[in-house]
Design a protein around this ligand. Structure first.
Ligand code: G6P
Length: 490
């Protein structure tokens, strides 16, 4: 697709790279983690991008200081040049922003992760962190955007995710004519669940994000929830068919456009030396049929129930013992947050329990690896017979798109009905309810026994969809979403 080059100010908590010092003292840039960064790195080449991100590592802070907090020229690993601006927040404010508000509160609200009779307890820590952490970091981001708009008033500002709900309003106040757009990479829960947050916070979230001209979600399901919340919380006039919210005299366009991946990048990656080497390392421990999961160690990913479903499968089908194994490649995530650290413990305990029950010399049912190893993940993508994606709720889930693209065994996707990707790929997956452990065991069995022709039909269906709606198509559709901002304005 011939993309028109656009001026974009991308604003996301994480940058495309984070700086570190290697053992020899040299400064190195490490690829930023998570699905958002993987997807957005693709923006940098076809467009004229200034990326504003938090300075997260110590070395990021040094780099930010060397540039007096301003943007500097950087080159992506693929050789594309862009400008990067690292915002060095007060460390205490950033801790409150990331470890008290964004992840244990907003992430938990948006993935329905609480057991409400126990938690959350929104004490004073939440209230001051909302103001002095989340609010302060959003103000810093807004100031950085306003400064960049001085230089490039015509640029489109493209905010990302739940870290930045307050910044758009602050930018709008400073620059009423700015072109602002936001993409929410995670689910939007129903209005009742938002009632867990105090009134002031849920109003600020909705008023903040409505300062954009356009807001994108992965699926119509999350978009519908959002529109409903705008009606309920702000009395806004919403058109559910067209996808608009009338608020404070402005019309905000709300779209559903699932993010995708760079097909060429994955096709090259699967032949890269690092992946081939990781594939060779996987071979000796490969069972006859391999069930795979690849996730961050996030409570929303539902790893523990996945192990229970596998255990039930072994109970009900003893003939599968020795022949089938589960490989869980889990990237440790957000470990400064107690709920996340405890979840890693729960994952390890459950894997240990199932293994202690079933393992025999020469066969371990669950091969659990908690490490950040992207090459090993891509190698395992090539090797699975069944891919389990059983998220409790998930905005999209890129693994469900990446893995089938490079798989070599016509593997079957077992997919949660609450993952955004189900909207596109459900016809080609075995659908599971993430809470129904018995149902997941049956689904795994169905997938393991599926005929070769049916497996081929399904994986080809997934690939066709991913190729047709790839990252470039997602982006083109996003950039068309701004009313009155056709490409000719550039
Ligand atoms: C999800 C979120 C992203 C986030 C990523 C990694 O994909 O939607 O916004 O960047 O997780 O999370 P982290 O907290 O490590 O940045």
């Amino acid at each position: 697709m011939a993309a028109v080059r656009r001026k974009l100010i991308v604003v996301a908590n994480r940058g495309p790279a984070s700086y570190e010092r290697a053992a020899n003292g040299e400064r190195v840039a490490r690829r930023g983690g998570g699905g958002l960064v993987t997807a957005l790195r693709g923006l940098v080449e076809p467009h004229d991008v200034t990326w504003i991100a938090s300075a997260i590592s110590d070395e990021d802070r040094v780099v930010s200081g060397e540039n007096e907090g301003r943007a500097f020229d950087e080159t992506s690993r693929e050789g594309a040049s862009f400008r990067l601006r690292l915002v060095a927040h007060d460390p205490q404010a950033y801790d409150w922003f990331y470890n008290v508000v964004s992840n244990p509160i907003l992430w938990f609200v948006q993935h329905y992760l609480w057991d409400l009779k126990e938690s959350p307890n929104l004490d004073d820590a939440f209230h001051h962190s909302w103001e002095e952490g989340y609010g302060a970091v959003n103000r810093n981001f807004a100031d950085a955007v306003l400064d960049e708009l001085e230089r490039e008033p015509e640029a489109t500002v493209f905010f990302h995710d739940y870290h930045l709900y307050l910044a758009p309003r602050l930018v709008r106040e400073g620059r009423p004519d700015a072109a602002l757009q936001h993409f929410v990479h995670i689910p939007w829960p129903q209005a009742d669940y938002w009632h867990v947050l105090p009134l002031v916070a849920r109003r600020q979230v909705h008023e903040g994000i409505l300062a954009n001209d356009a807001i994108g979600f992965h699926t119509p399901r999350w978009r519908r929830s959002f529109l409903r919340c705008c009606e309920d919380f702000l009395g806004a006039d919403c058109d559910f068919a067209v996808g608009t919210v009338e608020h404070e005299g402005r019309t905000v366009r709300v779209t559903a456009n699932p993010i995708s991946l760079d097909v060429k990048e994955f096709e090259e990656l699967k032949e890269s030396e690092a992946v081939l080497e990781a594939e060779r390392a996987l071979q000796p421990s490969r069972p006859e049929q391999l069930i795979l999961r690849v996730d961050r160690t996030d409570p929303s990913k539902n790893v523990v129930r996945g192990f229970r479903a596998f255990e039930l499968l072994l109970d009900e089908h003893p003939e599968l013992q020795w022949r089938v194994g589960m490989l869980a490649l889990l990237d440790p995530s957000r470990q400064d947050i107690p709920e996340y650290a405890e979840y890693v413990g729960a994952i390890q305990r459950e894997a240990r329990r199932v293994n202690d029950r079933y393992a025999r010399i020469g066969w371990t049912p669950i091969d659990l690896r908690v490490e950040d190893d992207f090459a090993a993940s891509v190698a395992a993508y090539k090797q699975y017979d069944v891919l389990l994606v059983n998220a409790i709720f998930d905005g999209l889930n890129l693994v469900a798109k990446e893995a089938p693209l490079v798989n070599t065994r016509d593997g079957v996707l077992v997919l949660s009905e609450n993952a955004g990707a189900h909207d596109e790929l459900g016809d080609f997956a075995v659908t599971v309810n993430p809470f129904d452990v018995a149902g997941q065991a049956n689904a795994l069995h169905e997938a393991l026994r599926m005929s070769a022709s049916e497996r081929r039909r399904r994986i080809e269906g997934i690939r066709a969809r991913v190729r047709e709606h790839d990252l470039a198509a997602w982006l083109a559709q996003e950039l068309e979403a701004l009313p009155g901002l056709s490409t000719s304005r550039r």
